[in-house]
Design a binder for this molecule. Structure first.
Ligand SMILES: [Fe+2]
Ligand SMILES: [Fe+2]
Length: 242
């Protein structure tokens, strides 16, 4: 059962699909729906990367519990505060009251302002580092990909890049989430639509973000929308290169 969610080692996909929403950000049509991706690192310190839209909290929590049972989650890393990813923060905090929220200076004001969530926080700056057991995570500030607080988290142990909206695309994940195990044809067009409408408006910041990622040896791109990319990394990165 657990195997189905595994990306690599003890890192799992715990995202959800939205087939009900007609327009993304009330503007962009969603003929193929959209996924909200979240990731769980089941290491010594259990770590959740981003959450999902609050409408899908129940199925989300069920997915998490299928992997960790009744064990607590130690860290919640927030790469991006837009509600399609931050919407479940308050409920996660209710279920896991001792969870430590990991974010940057801009994140925490939003967490409190949007959701009234306070409690223990771990503040990170560009280039900072957090070991959660075998996995060593490094944080890169990537402001305006897509909001000012946006950052990316790179797992130096296994080369997984948790890129937030960066490298995302529209389209639900049907019966699989990894490019190596599914037909990804339908996503290329959705990537063009996503990039040109959502992230691509911030061309300068996106190029700066790409420069920061330039030296990393990435084995998988784990974005917050669309497939986990392992076999098409250069093609996916190519969409964001000016
Ligand atoms: Fe966003
Ligand atoms: Fe998003």
């Amino acid at each position: 059962m657990e195997q189905k969610t595994r990306i690599k080692g003890n890192v799992h996909y715990v995202g959800v699909n939205d087939r009900a929403k007609h327009r993304f950000e009330a503007m962009w049509p969603l003929p193929n729906g959209v996924s909200y991706n979240s990731y769980l690192i089941d290491d010594e310190m259990v770590t959740l990367v981003d959450t999902v839209d609050i409408c899908y909290f129940e199925v989300y929590l069920r997915k998490i519990k299928k992997i960790i049972g009744d064990r607590p989650i130690n860290y919640l890393i927030i790469n991006h505060m837009e509600p399609d990813h931050s919407g479940s923060i308050r409920l996660i905090k209710q279920h896991y009251p001792n969870i430590i929220i990991v974010g940057n200076k801009q994140t925490f004001g939003m967490v409190e302002g949007f959701y009234g969530v306070t409690g223990e926080q771990y503040l990170v700056k560009d280039g900072d580092f957090l070991a959660v057991g075998r996995h060593k995570l490094r944080f890169f500030m990537t402001p305006m990909v897509h909001w000012p607080e946006t950052m990316m988290t790179f797992d130096e142990t296994d080369g997984l890049l948790f890129s937030g909206d960066g490298f995302g695309c529209f389209g639900t994940l049907d019966g699989g989430f990894m490019d190596s195990r599914m037909n990804v044809d339908k996503y290329w067009n959705e990537m063009v639509r996503y990039y040109s409408n959502i992230v691509g408006k911030y061309g300068g910041p996106v190029q700066k973000a790409l420069q920061k990622l330039g030296g990393l040896s990435i084995s998988a791109i784990c974005s917050t929308h669309g497939p986990v990319w392992t076999e098409n990394i250069s093609r996916v990165m190519g969409f964001m290169i000016a």
